[in-house]
Design a protein around this ligand. Structure first.
Ligand code: SF4
Ligand code: SF4
Length: 104
């Protein structure tokens, strides 16, 4: 399962649903962007059900940090992003992501 090679197409970053992040992850990303944590939360995060921190999305569902096909915070992206599609996936994800496959 560790031989998955991401094509960096960015398609998974344009799907419905949310990227959840912990307070620690928010602090790490804010630090990387040299943003005050409160300003970071205001600009890049929403609070679902008044308690779950998620990354903002554009109206078309694209993650706020996706530019073209690249993640602007790739080196500090949330664990949820790192774990896809090895540790979790959706019913639809096989349609747009090659997923784990044998290396040649
Ligand atoms: S859809 Fe799959 S191949 Fe494309 S960026 Fe996401 S994880 Fe990588
Ligand atoms: S944080 Fe990066 S990897 Fe995660 S959904 Fe947004 S653009 Fe994609």
């Amino acid at each position: 399962m560790s031989d998955f090679s991401c094509a960096q197409c960015g398609t998974c970053c344009r799907q419905s649903g949310f990227v959840y992040l912990t307070a620690g992850e928010a602090a790490t990303i804010a630090g990387a962007l040299i943003e005050d944590i409160y300003e970071f939360n205001r600009k890049y995060c929403d609070l679902l059900d008044r308690q779950k921190l998620v990354l903002k999305k554009h109206p078309d569902e694209t993650c706020v940090f996706l530019k073209e096909t690249k993640c602007e915070i790739y080196s500090v992206r949330p664990q949820q992003c790192r774990d896809f599609p090895i540790k979790w996936k959706t019913e639809r994800s096989a349609e747009y992501c090659a997923g784990p496959k044998k290396s040649n």
